[in-house]
Design a protein around this ligand. Structure first.
Ligand code: AP5
Ligand code: MG
Ligand code: ZN
Length: 214
C-alpha cells in the first residue's frame, strides 16, 4: 500500500498513520516529525526548517522534496509506505508522482481527513507530545494515565511550539491557500477518499480501513 494522508493541521493524520503503519507493517513517514528531529539534532536543515515552522509557514518545496526522495529510497519503504503531511503543494504532488513512477509503482490512494475548523483548533491547543518517543496525546480527548508523562515510555510530554493559538491560525491559513487544492488534484486522478475525521479516533480508523477495502 502506497498511501498519502491529507488533511489540515490537527485532522488526525499522525494519530491514524501510527495505527495503520503498525497494522500493515509499512513505515509511517511524517515530514513534520522529520523536521522536528532535525531541529532537535540542530542540523543545517533543521535550522532552516525551524524558521518556517515557528511562523506556521510551509518549508520550501525543494527542501521537503529532497528529504522525501531520500527517505522513500530506504529499503523499508520498498513494499509500501504511509506519507503523513506530504505532499502539501501541487509542486510537491507532482514531484511525488515522479519519485513513485521512477520506483516503478503508482500511488494507491489519498485519504483526505475532513474536520471542521473549530474542532481542529481545540485538538491542536490540547495536544501533548512525548519528547522521547513522539507519541501523541490530548489533554481532553486522549489523556495519558499520568498527567505530563508518556504511557508508552515514561517520557516527558510537551506542547509543540507551533501549537500556540496564533501559530495555529497561520497554519490553517497556509493549509487553505496552498494544500487544499490537492483535494481537487487527487480527485481528478480518481484516487481520493474523503473520510469524516470529526468522529472518535477508533471510528475514523475503521472508516479508513473500509474506504480502502482493508
Ligand atoms: P506537521 O507536523 O505535519 O503538522 P500539521 O500538518 O500541521 O499536522 P499536525 O501534526 O498538527 O496534525 P495531525 O493531522 O497529525 O493531527 P494529530 O494526529 O497529531 O508539520 C509541521 C510543520 O512542518 C508545518 O507547519 C511546516 O512548517 C513543516 N512541514 C511539514 N511537512 C511539510 C511539507 N510537506 N511541506 C512544507 N512544510 C512542511 O492529532 C491532533 C490532536 O488531536 C492530538 O492531540 C490527537 O490526540 C487528537 N486527535 C486526533 N484524532 C482525534 C479524534 N478522532 N478525536 C479526538 N481527538 C483526536
Ligand atoms: Mg502530525
Ligand atoms: Zn513516549
Amino acid at each position: 500500500m502506497r498511501l498519502v494522508l491529507l488533511g489540515p493541521p490537527g485532522a488526525g493524520k499522525g494519530t491514524q498513520a501510527v495505527e495503520l503503519a503498525e497494522e500493515w507493517g509499512i513505515p509511517h513517514i511524517s515530514t513534520g516529525d522529520m523536521f522536528r528531529q532535525a531541529v532537535k539534532d540542530e542540523t543545517a536543515m533543521g535550522k532552516k526548517a525551524k524558521e518556517y515552522m515557528d511562523k506556521g509557514l510551509l518549508v520550501p518545496d525543494e527542501v521537503v522534496v529532497g528529504l522525501v526522495e531520500e527517505r522513500l529510497g530506504f529499503q523499508d519503504a520498498a513494499e509500501g509506505f504511509i506519507l503523513d503531511g506530504f505532499p502539501r503543494t501541487i509542486a510537491q504532488a507532482d514531484a511525488l508522482a515522479g519519485i513513485i513512477h521512477s520506483m516503478g509503482y503508482v500511488l494507491d490512494a489519498v485519504v483526505n481527513i475532513v474536520v471542521p475548523e473549530e474542532i481542529l483548533v481545540k485538538r491542536l491547543a490540547g495536544r501533548r507530545v512525548c519528547r522521547n518517543c513522539s507519541a501523541t496525546y490530548h489533554i481532553e480527548f486522549n489523556p495519558p494515565k499520568k498527567e505530563g508523562v508518556c504511557d508508552k515510555c515514561g517520557g516527558e510530554l510537551y506542547q509543540r511550539d507551533d501549537d500556540k493559538e496564533e501559530t495555529i491560525r497561520k497554519r490553517l491559513k497556509e493549509y487553505n491557500e496552498k494544500t487544499s487544492p490537492l483535494v481537487a488534484y487527487y480527485a481528478g486522478k480518481g484516487i481520493l477518499r474523503n473520510i469524516d475525521g470529526s468522529e472518535s479516533a477508533d471510528i475514523v480508523l475503521d472508516n479508513i480501513r473500509k474506504a480502502l477495502g482493508r
